[in-house]
Every structure is written in C-alpha cells, then in structure tokens.
Design a protein around this ligand. Structure first.
Ligand code: THU
Length: 140
C-alpha cells in the first residue's frame, strides 16, 4: 500500500461524497460515489449510472477507474467509496476485478453517513486474484 498524506486522504473522501450527488440511480434508489487517487496525485471521481435495461448499469467504482484510465492515469493508489447509508458498502466482485487491473495495491476506503469507516487493501478484498499469464509454448 502506498502512503497518502492526510490532506490527500481528506480530499479523496470529500470527492467521493460529492460524486455521490451525481449518481443516476432511479431504479435501485441506491446512490454511490467513488473517487480514485492516482500515482500523480490527481483525484478522479465516478458515480453509479443505471439504465432501464438494468444489466447495463455501472457501479461508481468502475466509472471512476474508467474515467481515470481515459484521462491517461493507469496507476491508482487509493479509492474511496461513499454511500449515504447507516452501514458501509463494499465494492462488488466485478469492481474488485477491475481494480485488480489498475489498483492492485490500492488502499480502499469505505465511508457512509453513519460513523463506520473501513480501510483495507485490494489484496484483502480480492485474494488470489486472476491475472493473465503467458500460455506455455506448444500447448493449447
Ligand atoms: N453499486 C455501486 O455503484 N457500487 C458498489 O460497490 C455496489 C453497487 C451500485 C450499482 C447499482 O446502481 C446500485 O448500486 C444498486 O446495486
């Protein structure tokens, strides 16, 4: 896990809270905000974006990661997720695998409206993660 300075952490958390205000969640009524901190010190946000064809909905974490990558930032050192709930929300399985690609050693901070908060590393959330290996030659 890379170290973040305390002011970066506060800014990241604040950005996740603010991003939640942009959530488009008319079907689940479950708004989520996320913010990532890149190795260059930039903070990039995302919110969940749902669709009438429900399977097309995208989680806040993935929107934030894809936003970062689309801005040329592929190394994420921390991610904060915020839901206006009493208890914490943790990234879903699909988001954990996407985080493995660009945030494999990141600190994941979960925040809610209640007092709870949790800080874990991605390897804690996704142990023994899948990643592509080069196949052995001569075999298929
Ligand atoms: N959601 C997220 O944005 N992040 C999570 O970690 C869990 C779920 C969204 C997807 C959907 O828009 C809504 O929350 C309800 O599942």
């Amino acid at each position: 896990m890379k170290l973040m300075n305390p002011s970066q952490k506060l800014t990241l958390e604040d950005a996740a809270r603010k991003a939640c205000q942009h959530a488009y969640a008319p079907y689940s009524n479950f708004p989520v905000g996320a913010a990532v901190l890149t190795n260059r010190g930039q903070i990039i946000t995302g919110c969940n974006v749902e669709n009438a064809s429900l399977g097309l909905s995208c989680c806040a974490e993935r929107v934030a990661v894809f936003n970062a990558v689309s801005q040329g930032q592929r190394q994420i050192v921390a991610l904060a997720i915020y839901t206006p709930t009493e208890t914490l929300t943790m990234p879903c399985g699909a988001c954990r695998q996407v985080l493995q690609e660009f945030a494999s050693e990141a600190v994941i901070i979960s925040l809610c409206q209640g007092d709870q908060r949790l800080e874990v590393s991605l390897p804690d959330l996704l142990p023994k993660a899948f990643s592509v290996q080069r196949p052995l030659e001569g075999r298929s």
